[in-house]
Design a binder for this molecule. Structure first.
Ligand code: IPD
Length: 260
């Protein structure tokens, strides 16, 4: 965790500088597109270099660099240098730097860090989840009718748009409110902190959710595939909430949008 925290803090300094630049560029005609891609790659490189210095044998799976095998087959870091890239591109401060560590295929340590708000969500397997130094617990609401839900819709042209629309319709009939914040990683951190009662997203990449899955579990929450007993880390479909609400959300989503 010490190694991961140091790497994330170093990468964060570069991302903070790039965010300042993006804030200036995003109102220009051309927009900051290329600059954002460069910022993503820069952050990815710093994280990989810092982590490899201290744990040279570990492998990597990163959004920017793909799979990089290490000499140690038991360990790999899963990295999304900037989750919430579209927000970042619009100088919207809802994005995060993400690192998870897998040991023998199991998530054992995780960090999701928003360098603009200085909120670091972190967890170690068996050691609880924290936001900076504060212990996290998921919300304890027991009735779906009292919930605030984070639901990520696909980007324009993205997979599963009709299904998302149908699911939002079904949820809207029951929950108090639905938000899409544009960062799956932060939405999971918010569930761990009780800011959302649930998070739902489909067709999401492993690096977007790996840290948040451990953080939610260590905050006492449950993470499941909405439609099956499989792991959301395999299917890319995720429902994160507390034990009482899990069956209620599963029942609400069951079969919705199947024909969409
Ligand atoms: C995106 C975010 C967003 C989700 C998208 C992802 P990126 O990740 O997690 O919340 O709705 O599906 O692609 O591209 O910003 O790392």
């Amino acid at each position: 965790m010490t190694v991961m925290t140091a790497a994330v803090r170093k990468a964060a300094r570069a991302v903070q500088r790039d965010y300042g630049e993006v804030s200036l560029l995003q109102i220009s005609q051309k927009g900051p597109g290329d600059y954002v891609t460069a910022a993503d790659k820069r952050c990815d490189k710093i994280l990989r270099e810092e982590l490899a210095k201290v744990r040279p044998g570990y492998g990597f799976l990163t959004e920017e660099s793909g799979k990089l095998a290490g000499s140690d087959p038991d360990h790999r870091f899963i990295i999304d240098p900037i989750d919430g890239t579209t927000n970042f591109m619009h100088a919207n401060p809802v994005f995060a730097i993400n690192v998870a560590l897998e040991r023998k295929g199991e998530l054992v340590a995780a960090i999701t860090y928003n360098p603009i708000t200085d909120e670091m969500f972190m967890a170690e397997k068996g050691g609880g989840a924290f936001l900076n130094n504060k212990r996290l617990r998921v919300a304890t609401r027991r009735d779906i009718h009292e919930t605030l839900v984070a639901y990520e819709v696909p980007h324009r042209g993205g997979k599963g748009l009709p299904q998302s629309r149908a699911e939002i319709g079904a949820l809207q009939a029951k929950v108090i409110g639905i938000r899409g914040i544009g960062s799956a990683a932060l939405a999971l951190g918010y569930v761990a902190a009780g800011r959302f009662d649930a998070f739902i997203c489909r067709n999401i990449n492993l690096w977007d959710i790996a840290p948040g899955v451990l953080i939610v579990r260590e905050a006492g929450g449950f993470v499941a595939d909405p439609d099956s007993e499989k792991s959301p880390l395999e299917t890319g479909n995720i429902l994160a909430t507390n034990a009482d609400l899990l069956p209620q959300f599963k029942a609400t989503l069951k079969g919705v949008g199947d024909s969409a």
